[in-house]
Design a protein. Structure first.
Length: 77
């Protein structure tokens, strides 16, 4: 699987010293990785919103970025 360039996603940020520099939803301490792990485990979007300090708009932006990234041809270095 290709690695996503999270620096191109407007919904996330990585700040040294904040959650160990992990990519988190902008303005939160919620790692994008944790959201995807919970969705993969079967949690619905509504359950994610209830359990984490994130909004529907943040998740929509995150998912739109991932969807656009998956449409691109993979580049092998």
């Amino acid at each position: 699987m290709a690695t996503l360039d999270w620096s191109q996603c407007p919904a996330v940020e990585s700040i040294p010293g904040k959650v160990s520099g992990a990519w988190v939803l902008r303005g939160t301490r919620t790692p994008a990785k944790v959201l995807f792990e919970n969705l993969e485990a079967g949690m619905s979007i509504e359950e994610v919103i209830e359990q984490f300090p994130v909004t529907r708009e943040q998740l929509d932006s995150l998912m739109a970025f991932v969807a656009r990234s998956l449409e691109k041809e993979p580049s092998y270095k």
